[in-house]
Design a protein around this ligand. Structure first.
Ligand code: FAD
Ligand code: FES
Length: 262
């Protein structure tokens, strides 16, 4: 069940170029949220921007009633969010969407994160760590400065394999590139991913070839965020039949082999 609520800003900090970490007091959302879900955020009290902006749930502290977001400034809505001050009130709708399917406790799993796609995967790895899963994170970014969440993944005792486009840290190349050099993910129960579409498309095809299940968290432009306006439709193939599914309500997480990667 999702809620519309006012949340108090507890802190907002820059963590990488144009990237901010924000903590909000939102006990009801923190209590209900599962990894892979998102909140639909009103970024302004005025009509501009009119529509809410979807942001993944990055982390929660249920005992403290705190919800954390990690976002990149790309336009007006995210710019306004980044300018928020401690004590400001932000209206949220959430938690929304269907999250990741959790594996059996103790499973071995892989997580592939590219750029800001790391945001929802920290909450996922937090839950996987509680379930005593053995997690390898393949974490990619443009360069060392832009790398996100490596410390958080390491703190949760995940093995972290880094790839940067310019080779300033870790393997020089992409996340699918570094995965092609490691065989470990082929022996996992599932691989979860979030990041740029070309990265996820390449990983989805590697998983299909190796017969490993995968789940991908998709992004589409959103209107209502609750399944009513169809502005977030994406093509999903099920038993050979392609249908439009709503990323906000049927996703954002889908089996990677069902996504029609255009
Ligand atoms: C389910 C979901 C979860 C998301 N989680 C996060 C997150 O955790 N952190 C984060 O930084 N961002 C996340 N996003 C993306 C975020 O919603 C957009 O960056 C934000 O809406 C942009 O708003 P804006 O007003 O700043 O920019 P706008 O002015 O609306 O857009 C600026 C530019 O970004 C592009 N853009 C905007 N929204 C999207 C989108 N959904 N997909 C692709 N391109 C887009 C526009 O085409 C335009 O070029 C998520 C999106 C979805 C659908
Ligand atoms: S945003 Fe309206 S149906 Fe998904």
């Amino acid at each position: 069940m999702s809620k519309i609520m006012d949340a108090k800003v507890l802190g907002v900090y820059p963590v990488a170029p144009a990237t901010y970490y924000m903590e909000l007091e939102a006990p009801d959302i923190a209590r209900l949220a599962v990894p892979g879900q998102f909140v639909h955020v009103r970024c302004s009290d005025s009509q501009d921007p009119l529509l809410r902006r979807p942001i993944s749930i990055h982390m929660v502290s249920r005992p403290k009633g705190v919800l954390a977001l990690l976002f990149r400034v790309v336009g007006k809505g995210t710019e306004l969010l980044a300018q928020s001050k401690v004590g400001d009130i932000i209206n949220l709708m959430g938690p929304l969407g269907k999250g990741f399917t959790m594996p059996l406790p103790g499973s071995r799993v892989a997580v592939a994160a590219g750029g800001i796609g790391a945001a929802p995967l920290v909450f996922l790895v937090q839950e996987l760590a509680h379930m005593k899963c053995q997690v390898t994170v393949y974490l990619g970014a443009k360069d060392k400065k832009s790398l996100l969440c490596d410390g958080q993944f390491e703190q949760m005792e995940a093995e972290v394999v880094i790839a940067t486009d310019d080779g300033s840290l870790g393997y020089k190349g992409t996340v699918p590139g570094v995965m092609s050099k490691h065989a470990d993910w082929k022996r996992t129960a599932i691989t979860y991913m979030c990041g740029p579409k070309p990265m996820m498309r390449d990983i989805a095809s590697m998983l299909a070839e190796a017969d490993v299940p995968g789940e991908a968290s998709l992004e589409e432009h959103m209107g209502c965020g609750i399944g009513a306006c169809l502005s977030c439709a994406t093509k999903i193939s099920h038993h050979g039949e392609v249908t439009n599914k709503r990323v906000c309500a049927d996703g954002p997480v889908f089996p990677s082999w069902q996504v029609v990667w255009e």
